[in-house]
Design a protein around this ligand. Structure first.
Ligand SMILES: *Cc1c(COP(=O)(O)O)cnc(C)c1O
Length: 398
């Protein structure tokens, strides 16, 4: 049996009749950028999340950049975020001229460690950018308490978390601005790149809309330097078909995650995702991430001996990392897994000038050596999941 880490084929086959109609409607309309489809999507996306404004743009990365610009964050400013994330989180901060400051993640939820946050705040700190990684919501009440105490802005990176909730409210609706990606592998994926920002502040929404159109509040009047970052009508048409299905897909992802938890719970060598301890929170399971516990000692030794930037990348040479071997073993049995993320952002060659060393963020670094994402998508079959579970168990007990 072959199990891909993610597949859109069944979803696209199910939606093909609706998608064909929606896409040909756009082709016939001749409106390819902005227009009715895009406006309709912005309205329904805002309504789904319970926010007053959604502004569409070209990608999740651009959403983060637009948010930072709209909050006047730039050269000389620091933004606190985590290094255990996709590179774009930090890249957006650098793109506006500000400096990303990385705080370690917490060992149990892999999210920004809120108990470490205050230590990283100084007079240059302008904002906090929490990442709802893998679809798991950050404790936004706790985070906002700290943000208010130091008068910091909050930009939520919700790229992996469309539909996730904290205390009954959607992620993205808590901070000043929430940033979403509709990259095809996200929970709500378009047929190409696109993204959106959401906010309850109408003037911030307006500013981001202008920034996404070359800083142009009215035709050919440019009040500031902006970007060409708009959503294509075809992407909006696809998203308009898919958005009503999002919550159902999340229910399916939750059932898949629950089954993994039940069936792998007795594997002593695995660390499974921790249960959400907040009752009124929703994990939307963009990824199901396991860790291989017995590897920890080796990883700590490895981390101590690692020389960043001399080696080609932050990883064990020659697949000496047992996690990497486990991944190859699964692969040889037809189960494809992905490592999110093998190299922490603070140790990426592109960020060598920030001066972080191996050991700066020990929990993040260890996670990068231990994590593995098992196949998860709404349409995965019971047979496929049973096969993954049996392969995982067999390989680990061999
Ligand atoms: C995907 C992703 C982004 C970037 O989104 P794009 O649409 O690919 O630009 C940013 N942050 C996180 C955490 C992501 O997973």
């Amino acid at each position: 049996m072959q199990v891909p880490p993610f597949s859109l084929s069944k979803q696209l086959a199910n939606l093909a009749p609706e998608l064909d109609i929606a896409i040909s409607r756009v082709l016939r309309s001749g409106h390819f950028i902005g227009g009715e489809e895009v406006e309709a999507f912005e309205e329904s996306f805002a309504r789904t999340l319970g926010v007053s404004n959604a502004v569409s743009c070209n990608s999740g990365t651009d959403a983060l950049i637009l948010a930072l610009r709209a909050l006047d964050i730039g050269v000389g400013d620091e933004v606190i975020t985590c290094s255990f994330s996709f590179f774009a989180t930090a890249e957006a901060i650098s793109a506006v001229g500000a400096k990303p400051v990385f705080v370690d993640v917490s060992d149990d939820d892999y999210l920004l460690d809120l108990s470490e946050l205050e230590k990283a705040i100084n007079s240059s700190t302008k904002a906090i950018m929490p990442v709802h990684l893998f679809g798991r919501p950050v404790n936004m009440e706790k985070l906002l308490t700290i943000a208010r105490k130091y008068k910091l802005k909050v930009i939520e990176d919700c790229a992996q978390a469309a539909g996730a909730k904290w205390n009954g409210c959607s992620v993205g609706s808590w901070g000043n601005i929430g940033c979403f990606s509709f990259f095809p592998t996200k929970n709500l994926g378009a047929a190409g790149d696109s993204g959106a920002v959401v906010t309850n502040d109408a003037s911030l929404a307006m500013r981001m809309r202008h920034l996404s159109m070359h800083g142009m509040p009215s035709r050919y009047l440019h009040t500031e330097l902006g970007y060409n970052s708009r959503m294509d009508a075809i992407q909006a048409a696809v998203l308009n078909v898919k958005l009503p299905k999002l919550m159902g897909w999340i229910d399916q992802r939750q059932a898949v995650a629950k089954y993994y938890q039940e069936m792998l719970g007795d594997c002593p060598s695995l660390i499974l995702p921790a249960e959400l301890d907040e009752e009124n929170a929703t994990h939307c399971w963009n990824q199901f991430v396991i860790r291989i516990k017995s590897f920890s000692d080796q990883i700590e030794n490895f981390a101590r001996n690692q020389k960043p930037f001399k080696d080609k990348y932050f990883s064990f040479p020659n697949n000496e990392n047992p996690r990497d071997r486990f991944k190859l073993d699964l692969e040889s049995e037809g189960v494809t897994t992905i490592i999110y993320y093998p190299i922490p952002i603070h140790l990426q060659p592109a960020y060598a000038d920030l001066g972080y060393k191996v050991g700066s963020l020990p929990k993040t670094e260890k996670l990068c050596c231990e994590v593995l994402s098992l196949p998860i998508f709404p349409e995965i079959t019971k047979e496929q999941q049973d096969y993954v579970i049996s392969r995982v168990k067999t390989i680990l007990t061999e």
